[in-house]
Design a protein around this ligand. Sequence first.
Ligand code: PLP
Length: 395
Amino acid sequence: MSEHLNSPKIKPRVTHFSSGPCAKRPGWSVTNLQNACVGRSHRSEDGRAKLAEVIERSKEILGVPADYRLGIVPASDTGAVEMALWSLLGQRPLDILAWENFGQEWVKDVVDELKLPDIRLMKAPYGSLPNLDEVDFSHDVVFLWNGTTSGVRVPNGDWIKDDRQGLTICDATSAVFAMDVPWDKLDVLTYSWQKVLGGEAQHGVLVLSPRAVERLESYQPAWPIPKLFRLTKKDKLIEGIFKGDTINTPSMLCVEDALDGLRWAESIGGLPGLIRRSEANLKAIADWVEQSNWADFLAEKPETRSCTSICLKIVDSWFTSLSPEEQAKCAKKVAKLLEKQEVAYDIAYYRAAPPGLRIWGGATVATEDIEALLPWLDWAYATVKAELTSVARCL
Ligand SMILES: Cc1ncc(COP(=O)(O)O)c(C=O)c1O
């Protein structure tokens, strides 16, 4: 390792920058969970009250319209998305958008598993979005609000038609609580707890518009629906799911932690406060990128840059002249070095994305910590570059 590069003096106070599970909220302690309804039935009055409280507080903070349903479902965001795909698709043609790994996962579901006959796959490479103007809203539409592995988000919902005939199904797990989502444009929205509010993982959240409910009550897919995904009984929505009667047993410890995150969100000004914190993190990184001679956003257009999963690519000509394997090795070494220095954990790029770094900027991350991290990124890159250059010279 090169000795001559002086490391910055200040380290981030909190060094958790993972894109999921994400940093706990400032001041979090396990003692905040002492009122958890553990060892009790989730169907008891107390258990149900906790679950209902999560539902009510979530709806309130997110501004979910009164006629939309919000329910806690099994298997995290994946469970919530697959429940929607399995329960709703097949009645109409489908436009599915994919511009990074998770969008691709949902493509596999509809192509390989559900084997839908009439699909338009709208793909874009890492860094960009498919052409949103080409989406046909007489079809059902599946898309992500924020691509966690490329750091590319849709800029807004203006491209979604108000008079659509199909349903819009949106995986918004790394967007909600950090970005404004226009509820009138969305028929199904899903997320999990371990992202922007830093909750414990395992449970998913499914939000349904009245149009989505109407589809559920009037359409029966051709394939079997396992109990875990079942949202209707005798062609009627199981309303209890949206009041706290979960399909199967939830963790009451996770429920308490979700409540802790929601209360914190309220204490910092609700959704506007959360968005402000996350956007400030993006701004701190954008200011640094502006003067950086080696890093840039993976997102090509500024209006598509995510404020949560902030993905950077390396543009230094020394780096770009390396082979793909060497680039991957170099980017991983930068992340590893910062971990070893106890400066930043889990900021390596997603394995299928172009080599670079991914820094979580959701609301639980303090901007001071991002600011403290940035000089370390310069130091780590310069250190790794010097090391790899000297190794190459010796060969
Ligand atoms: C956009 C997106 N969809 C789905 C998932 C999977 O989420 P979960 O692990 O909550 O099922 C993730 C996880 O990072 C994600 O970022």
